[in-house]
Design a protein around this ligand. Structure first.
Ligand code: ADP
Length: 452
């Protein structure tokens, strides 16, 4: 058992600003709810940091979807092409991961879409479906103002992407244009969606109670099932009662709503990101940033001579050198054991940490990941309170949630504490999504091709 005195008081005090009480979290929730309400109304969406885009997805899966579909998944670490066969409860998938080189991530939009089309072409030829005119669902996980199921205007790049001449353009048209240059393939883009929507759909395919989709990966976002009557000026099918709303909650805080809890470390990360001032909520929560947050705290305490005898290690001084994976490793040690911790520090050329150093490092990691889990929980609780239903399954995808040893438990515990006490018999489940981006795209392509 870890003794409290093993953590230096300076570290304990210094991490205090990352420690968010329920009352602070409730303040965040109130502000988030206000932004959601602004976002749901087209006449006020401009002022909203949380845009709440209509996805035009109005049907949850029935389990009867059938056929062969292609899917593209672009939105973070990997770019994938998938061939999916659905038949009742049977699901088969072949996929291939392609690399998006850094220069393409930051290059011209046309080059990005030509690259995608060329990967798709080689995949389709290889799987002998190039000329079949298969319906394709495009999981494109960047903020998208959708105008229809197969039309979406890119509003901004996030997560390290930044391609020229693309913001304000219709992503489906850019893809279709790149595909049209290739005579050897015939593919019908029938739907564009976000990974959150894919996650919700893939979980709902298994569990009809799934009404929320959350991403905790490179970035962070959520979607939920909203009543049509709450979506002002809804221009989809008004004969159906619901629609999935893609909140784009990663941008919460971009209008100053989170300034009351942002720390100097958050500001430093933002300053050195490719999108300063943007996605501030995401920068406190998602996998792309947590390791760097921990690193900044470690550097601060080293400079204060509380860690490593004040010796600053050059490797640790490099930005992004402390991976979010390391947080998971360090927190997976049993309390008071520092095997993984020493292993991680060894990778950073810190070879002789004391137990006290390790204990402090673990506390820093816990503070960073707990704040992230609590902020994500506050977001989920805001959506559940808004839907006002007692029993909800939340589909979650992303490596941070999947691999961090305590993220699930932290959220599972915190969400009910933040839900309205007026909701009786509250029952909230968090369900890990299995490949939501791929499966979800196929499920939506299935309904998209039906409706064509
Ligand atoms: P994406 O969101 O890009 O589709 P992932 O869900 O795999 O892909 O998320 C990648 C992010 O997850 C990276 O930012 C990485 O730092 C983080 N990550 C990867 N492995 C782990 C891990 N073991 N623990 C915590 N975070 C992780």
């Amino acid at each position: 058992e870890l003794r409290i005195q093993d953590i230096s008081p300076e570290v304990r005090n210094g991490c205090q600003e990352l420690n968010l009480s329920d009352s602070v979290l409730r303040q965040c929730m109130e502000k988030l709810r206000a932004q959601i309400d602004l976002g749901l109304n087209p006449s006020t969406r401009e002022q909203a940091s949380v845009k709440c885009y209509n996805t035009y997805v109005q049907d949850l899966p029935t389990g009867k979807e059938k056929g062969q579909f292609l899917a593209l998944d672009l939105g973070g670490t990997n770019f994938r092409v998938l061939l999916i066969t659905l038949n009742g409860r049977h699901f088969d998938m072949q996929s291939k991961i392609y690399v998006v080189p850094k220069e393409i991530m930051l290059g011209a939009g046309e080059v990005l879409f030509d690259h995608i089309a060329s990967c798709l072409e080689s995949f389709a030829l290889q799987h002998r479906v190039a000329k079949k005119n298969l319906p394709l669902g495009f999981t494109f996980s960047f903020p998208l103002n959708q105008v229809g199921l197969k039309s979406g205007i890119l509003t901004r790049w996030t997560k390290g992407f930044n391609c020229a001449n693309t913001v304000g353009e219709d992503v489906v048209q850019m893809l279709a244009k790149a595909l049209a240059k290739r005579d050897s393939i015939k593919i019908d883009v029938v739907a564009i969606l976000n990974d959150t929507t894919g996650t919700l759909m893939s979980c709902a395919w298994k569990n009809h109670n799934c009404k929320v989709g959350v991403i905790l990966g490179t970035g962070s976002n959520a979607c939920y099932v909203e009543k049509i009557k709450n979506v002002i000026g809804f221009d989809g099918d008004t004969s159906k009662p619901h629609v999935i709303i893609n909140t784009e909650w990663g941008a919460f805080g971009d209008h100053g709503e989170l300034d009351f809890i942002r720390t100097p470390y958050d500001k430093e990360i933002d300053k050195h990101s490719v999108n300063p001032g943007k996605q501030l909520h995401e920068k406190m929560i998602s996998g792309m940033y947590l390791g760097e947050l921990a690193r900044l705290l470690i550097i601060k305490f080293t400079k204060d001579k509380v860690l490593f005898g004040g010796q600053i290690n050059p490797k640790l001084q490099e930005r992004w050198s402390f991976l979010t994976e390391y947080i998971s490793d360090i927190e997976s040690d049993p309390r008071g054991v520092f095997k993984q911790c020493r292993n991680v520090l060894g990778k950073l050329n810190i070879l002789d940490p004391t137990d006290q150093d390790c204990s402090n490092i673990r506390y820093i990691c816990e503070s960073v990941s707990r704040r992230a889990a609590y902020l994500a929980s506050a977001g989920v609780a805001t959506l559940i309170n808004k839907m006002d239903i007692p029993s909800v399954t939340v589909g979650v995808d992303g490596s941070l949630y999947r691999f961090h040893p305590h993220f699930h438990n932290l959220m599972h515990e915190k969400i009910p504490e933040l839900c309205n006490s007026s909701i009786e018999n509250l029952c909230i489940n968090l369900m890990l999504s299995e490949d939501g981006s791929g499966r979800g795209a196929a499920l939506i392509a299935a309904s998209g091709s039906e409706n064509n």
